[in-house]
Ligand binder design. Sequence first.
Ligand SMILES: Nc1ncnc2c1ncn2[C@@H]1O[C@H](COP(=O)(O)OP(=O)(O)OP(=O)(O)O)[C@@H](O)[C@H]1O
Ligand SMILES: [Mg+2]
Length: 455
Amino acid sequence: MTQEVVIDLKNVSKCFKQYNHPVDRLKEIVWPANTKATEFWALKGINLKLYQGETLGIVGRNGSGKSTLLQVIVGTLTPTTGEVNVNGRISALLELGSGFNPEFTGRQNVFFNGRILGLQKEEIEEKFDAIVSFADIGSFIDQPVKTYSSGMFVRLAFAVAINADPDILVVDEALSVGDEAFQRKCYSKLKSFQDAGKTILFVSHSATSVVEMCNWAILVDSGEILLAGAPKLVVAKYHKLLYSPADKVVQLREEIRNFNGPITSIATAAATETGLKLPELGQKRNDPFYDPNLIPKSTIQYIPRGAEIVNPSITTLEGKRVNHLIRGQEYIYSYRIDFTESAHGVRCGMLIKTISGFELGGAASHTIFQPIDYIPAGTSLNVEFKFLCSLLPGAYFLNNGVLGLVNNEEVYLHRCIDAMMFRVQPEDDLLGTCIVDFQVESNTSVVQSSPRVTA
Ligand SMILES: Nc1ncnc2c1ncn2[C@@H]1O[C@H](COP(=O)(O)OP(=O)(O)OP(=O)(O)O)[C@@H](O)[C@H]1O
Ligand SMILES: [Mg+2]
């Protein structure tokens, strides 16, 4: 089956004119030759191809160009150069406020926004009840939207966008505003969209959402696509960039850019998958509980800021090194931190994730209110986390990290994504399903048949 290209951007750039004083903008209208505007390229040479049915995650630092990219695709901004081709009806949930008139009531805005999304009045009338029921904002539907909380606003905007029955849905970071129950409802709606073979573009700062929802992802930085690939990889590189010290950003950008060359669609993105090549299950080992080859291929180290995490390992309570764990037993995850500079407000952490990068759970060594006050340069810290293996058979990955205060702000002094991996041993006759072992005990009993049932 050949998939249809639904979004195709060729060498797209967007230049904004920026003015130091608002009056300079007016002067330019009168004396265009005397412009005081400076050019700002928010997008630079973007090439992007999206096939029908794909869900693309877009991540990047604030001001990197994500919303501009979405607006160019949706058509609310025209690119300065390049070509944008969109094939299908597109519906967008852009940043809060766009497409809504604050003076209109919710009801009026449903019609106003529906028309912007390309629906006829009759179509909106037909969908109105479904929209109002999805938004679930009660009598506020007849109040001006300027009186809405941001949560109510996003409920209505999402309800309209999703009920416009688009082929392509564009969501810009909006879902984080709603409460959890509403977010869950939106995600399940997005899932049914995916199941129906629709295409989704999704800007989010939530690593878990991108990893869970998207087939592939791009990292946008300074108006460029720095990296495209498997969501887990892209999110990890994005976090590395986000938490890197300011003087290392330029070097890191280059490193990420050169990581795998330009990639413009999922077909090539697949090639950047970090290849979690697990050793053959049946392979013979001397120690059934420790396999030296069980090493993640996706490890990403943050740039150390005066501290470095070394020697991560899992041991049994008796101190035997393992990476094949048994469900229901206790283990110790440990590492050492070498401090090359003195540190204040230190806290250490661990996190366990699935193969797809879904963050299952972890812990910090200290609360944010009671960190380790001070660690002098030249010392090391041994960190141990005892945990119960409440996981069902499968492969899992471990992150570690150490936080400290720099200029009164808590930052990662060092962090390692996918520092190590482990397996939970397969079991015969296992009744538990999925990931977490809730220690479920089932009990079934036959009850006496009802008198109405004849044998
Ligand atoms: N209309 C405009 N005029 C001038 N500059 C603009 C305009 N719109 C956006 N920009 C600039 O373009 C850059 C990219 O903005 P954009 O809103 O696309 O970033 P973003 O990645 O969505 O950021 P965020 O994560 O904060 O939402 C920013 O530096 C912003 O200041
Ligand atoms: Mg934005």
